[in-house]
Design a protein around this ligand. Structure first.
Ligand SMILES: NC(=O)c1ccc[n+]([C@@H]2O[C@H](COP(=O)([O-])OP(=O)(O)OC[C@H]3O[C@@H](n4cnc5c(N)ncnc54)[C@H](OP(=O)(O)O)[C@@H]3O)[C@@H](O)[C@H]2O)c1
Length: 207
């Protein structure tokens, strides 16, 4: 698959490197693509660093959102609609101390964070995944044959469900489907699945 990484820091950078290793074509992007050359080089021949515009214009099969939560507002304003048939995997989390008032409003609303993203990218196929795992575990505990960590995910439609499941399993994690986005509250900060590095069996017991 061709994967556009929107925000290439701890989460986007490491996931992109894993997906490139697994044979996917990866486009790392951020507001400063010149700073992503080293990551792209480390990721190897399947990867390159590009601008945000270039990443969206490349019509990737799937986009990973791995920016601070507040960036969802500006990104969706510019890019939603035109790219509504693409799958979006949202790994972001609302933190008021970093993201300001809009994050507090989302936390206080009766909408899950993933529903906020889906609403902003209104017709997009949105999934939620990789927001509950610590960046260090994402980096160091991929590609295991045994004792795999489980990654919970939620998805809006069959296509986003299937793509997200494959991308989790391609890099040596187990996938655990939590349900539709409306059922993904348990993946949000401070909720039951957040920050839990456990196996599939343990995660399923929590659900
Ligand atoms: N760190 C963790 O353990 C962890 C775990 C799970 C989920 N998360 C969530 O994942 C998201 C990313 O976290 P992170 O730790 O990877 O952050 P990070 O290391 O700070 O990386 C953020 C990336 O987003 C880019 N970015 C920032 N503002 C942007 C904008 N307006 N438009 C496009 N790109 C933008 C940054 O580059 P430029 O500033 O150069 O644009 C950078 O590449 C956050 O929402 C976080 O809550 C983090």
């Amino acid at each position: 698959m061709k994967i556009g990484i929107i925000g290439s820091g701890n989460i986007g950078g490491n996931l992109g490197k894993h997906w490139a290793k697994a044979g996917h074509e990866v486009l790392f992007s951020s507001r400063h693509p010149d700073q992503l050359q080293d990551i792209a080089r480390e990721a190897g021949n399947n990867a390159k660093a590009v601008s945000l515009n270039e990443a969206w214009e490349a019509k990737a099969d799937v986009y990973l959102l791995a920016t601070p939560f507040k960036a969802i507002d500006e990104l969706s304003e510019v890019y939603a609609g035109e790219y509504s048939d693409r799958v979006i995997i949202d790994a972001t989390n609302p933190y008021p101390e970093r993201d300001g008032e809009m994050a507090q409003e989302v936390r206080d609303s009766n909408r899950n964070a993933s529903e906020y993203t889906a609403m902003k990218f209104n017709t997009a196929r949105t999934a939620k995944a990789f927001n509950t795992i610590y960046a260090d575990h994402l980096k160091d505990r991929a590609f295991r044959d045994t004792d795999k960590l489980a990654i919970p995910f939620a998805a809006q439609d069959e296509k986003s469900k299937q793509v997200t499941q494959q991308l989790i399993e391609d890099i040596g994690f187990d996938s655990v489907y939590v349900g539709a986005l409306k059922d993904s509250k348990n993946m949000d900060p401070d909720q039951s699945l957040y920050g839990k590095s456990v196996t599939r069996k343990e995660l399923e017991a929590m659900l």
